[in-house]
Ligand binder design. Structure first.
Ligand code: FES
Length: 252
């Protein structure tokens, strides 16, 4: 395989890794990244994230001098600092200080291996292996900029499983009557009416119509008898899904 290569100890098949590495992936909430180094793992690549002069840097979490993880280090106003010999890395991951030899020009090999990074939807997105001929697009979330909606970034949590399985669970509607009966679902309403996913340029979209209410069980607010709820799932490859729920009175 030419071009970008998987990290050492990668658990992915190399071709799968490259397919996934072509996409943008969220790695942290924007509000959680400041000038201090923060660790993240993306497709088995160990990353250090930090913010300098307003911009986020996402780089391989390895000091190019002797290989120490930079997330063990420190920071000041000019960058993050390796805890072993104090090399400092600033804008774009460039080394800007060698304490033991401050007058020496900094060789290029001491700059960090940094990755494409962008901020959107309150999240930091990283692309490990951009494809210049077919640049990856971020998912679309039109309500993010709509003042009629609340914008919330929930804290992340670790899932000991593949991201594909996690998003599959989000798209699954047959488990409502078995898993969500303490909230919105009805154990007696198990039928899944037929629905048809439509392929899109970002993945697929599906309109799922059913009588499963989205009002909480026992809530004084309930839909009229027989009301058919529309849930619109949109799958943005590889691992982002959105769900729009149309309540009684909403236009589809
Ligand atoms: S290992 Fe990082 S400065 Fe030497």
């Amino acid at each position: 395989m030419s071009g970008p290569t998987p990290p050492a100890h990668c658990t992915f098949d190399p071709e799968d890794w490259l397919r996934l590495a072509r996409h943008w992936h969220p790695v942290a909430r924007s509000g959680d990244i400041s000038s201090a180094p923060v660790k993240a793992t993306l497709l088995d690549e160990q990353l250090v994230l930090y913010r300098i002069k307003g911009d986020v840097v996402a780089a391989r979490d390895i000091c190019p001098h002797r290989g120490v993880p930079l997330t063990l280090g420190f920071h000041d106003d000019e960058g993050i600092i390796c805890p072993y010999h104090g090399l400092r890395f600033g804008e774009n991951g460039r080394c800007n200080r060698i304490p033991s030899s401050p007058d020496q020009p900094v060789p290029a090999k001491l700059h960090l291996t940094s990755y494409a990074v962008t901020e959107r939807f309150g999240l930091i997105w990283v692309c490990l292996a951009p494809d210049s001929e077919q640049p990856a697009k971020l998912p679309t979330m039109p309500h993010w900029d709509d003042s009629g909606f609340q914008q919330i970034n929930c804290p992340g949590f670790d899932v000991a499983g593949f991201a594909g399985r996690q998003v599959e669970g989000f798209l699954d509607v047959a488990h409502f009557a078995w898993v969500h009966t303490d909230t919105f679902a009805d154990a007696a309403n198990q039928l899944v009416p037929a629905y048809n996913p439509v392929e899109t340029d970002y993945g697929f979209s599906v309109d799922y119509w059913s009588t499963v209410s989205n009002f909480a069980a026992g809530s004084p607010q309930q839909a009229p008898d027989g009301f058919e709820w529309l849930r619109r799932f949109e799958m943005h490859l590889p691992f982002t899904a959105t769900l729009t729920i149309f309540f009684p009175g909403d236009a589809a």
